[in-house]
Design a protein around this ligand. Structure first.
Ligand code: ADP
Ligand code: MG
Length: 256
């Protein structure tokens, strides 16, 4: 890995879907080893930002990943684990929990004839255990609850042993125990110098779970260390509201 202080940097990133300008002129850096949250209202372009960084959607502008600007597909394959938004996934895909988690190893298994090694199997079992999925490993994924599916995807990402984990709303539909397992996992990643980038929908828990924050609304609103950018002004600009964030959090109102 190239020595650099940022996991991801984008410059002047712009994404269009036909006539729709989904993201315009985004400049940002995500520090290596951070737990970064991305927030913004529905349709703000959060998932689009992920897909543009990963090269899954065509964009204009430049991307740098772990200090690299060329052969990004290879860098991404080797160093990024991506968990898409659950609604973007075809859950009818015929596969068991074990098979999905083993897919996390495939990027690392080189050569046409190479089979999963004992080490691959051990890593998969460890990932299943971490996500409390051992008893479900033979189950087809279309027979799981939303929270169980989310745990399968996290387990697959764990098995991948990536440097950067990009998760699109990983807590959507999960119970409180699972939320804790996932967030403890991110803390563990940080202790290993790995980077987590998480699209997050619950503004109340931002300060608990993250140390870096990006506000998005069809472009960049603000980004920085959480203690500097978790402000009412940014909340109002990103969500087009005149609510006070402090009173809103204090009153325990539901997210808009
Ligand atoms: P978010 O994840 O913040 O809710 P998205 O990135 O999914 O937002 O979407 C941003 C905007 O781009 C929305 O207006 C959405 O309707 C539009 N969009 C997203 N994906 C596509 C697509 N594949 N084709 C056309 N428009 C899209
Ligand atoms: Mg989204």
């Amino acid at each position: 890995m190239v020595m650099t202080k940022n996991a991801v940097t984008v410059k002047d990133l712009t994404v269009r879907y036909g006539e729709i300008l989904a993201l315009s002129g985004v400049n940002l850096s995500i520090p290596k080893g951070s737990r970064t949250a991305i927030v913004g209202p529905n349709g703000a372009g959060k998932s689009t930002l992920f897909k543009a960084i990963l090269g899954l959607e065509k964009s204009q502008g430049s991307r740098e990943i772990l200090g690299q600007t060329v052969n990004l597909d290879k860098v991404i394959e080797q160093s990024i684990a991506y968990i898409p938004q659950a609604s973007d996934v075809n859950w009818q895909f015929p596969a068991t929990v074990y098979e999905i988690v083993m897919m996390g190893r495939f990027a690392k298994i080189k050569g046409w004839f190479k089979k999963a090694s004992a080490r691959d199997k051990e890593i998969v079992q460890r990932a299943l255990a971490t996500m409390a999925l051992e008893d479900l490993q033979e189950r087809q994924i279309d027979q799981l609850s939303g929270g169980q599916r989310q745990r399968v995807f996290i387990a697959r990402a764990l098995a991948q042993e990536a440097d950067i984990y990009m998760m699109d709303e990983p807590l959507a539909g999960v119970d409180i125990q699972t939320e804790k397992i996932i967030m403890d996992t991110l803390k563990g990643f940080q202790e290993e110098g790995k980077t987590s980038i998480v699209i997050h929908h619950d503004l109340h828990s931002l300060a608990t779970y993250f140390d870096h924050l990006i506000w998005v609304n069809k472009g960049l609103v603000d980004a920085g260390p959480i203690e500097e950018v978790l402000t009412t002004e940014n909340y109002q600009r990103a969500y087009h509201t005149d609510q006070e964030m402090v009173s809103w959090i204090a009153s325990g109102q539901e997210e808009v």
